[in-house]
Design a protein around this ligand. Sequence first.
Ligand code: CUA
Length: 157
Amino acid sequence: MHIHKFEKIWLIVGSGTLVVFLLIIGINAFAMGHTPPSDDEILDPQEVDITAPFDEPGLKKIGENEYELVMIAQAFTFQSVQDLKIPKGATVHFTVTSKDVVHGFQIPKTNVNMMVTPGHVNKITHTFDDVGQFLILCNEYCGVGHQAMGVPLEVIE
Ligand code: CUA
């Protein structure tokens, strides 16, 4: 069978790229243990309410202008959190899980953006240097009430 020279080059480049990509992913996953950040902290999604720290969701002060915010995502709300107010400059460690499906966790105007996967403890940290109104919202389509899934967060002086 005759294969044109350019087609041959194209086939070699294409297959070579695929092999390189698979090697990079393979080495990352198996040799370097690269996994989603929350992969080592798992829980039973059906027992979220009785599993620490989710048995006591909410905002807790854990240090000098440092907070932990434990949240449970559930269609179509972030359970048991309201009136979230933190002072300017506060560092917040968000610890979030889901009881049902995959939800999103995004705070526009910040770098906070993660998936909230059921069965995993999902964590992200952010320091709020500016005063203002923020909105924690779900950016992963999770059902008919998806657009209503959000909770305000206020950074005060
Ligand atoms: Cu939860 Cu969209």
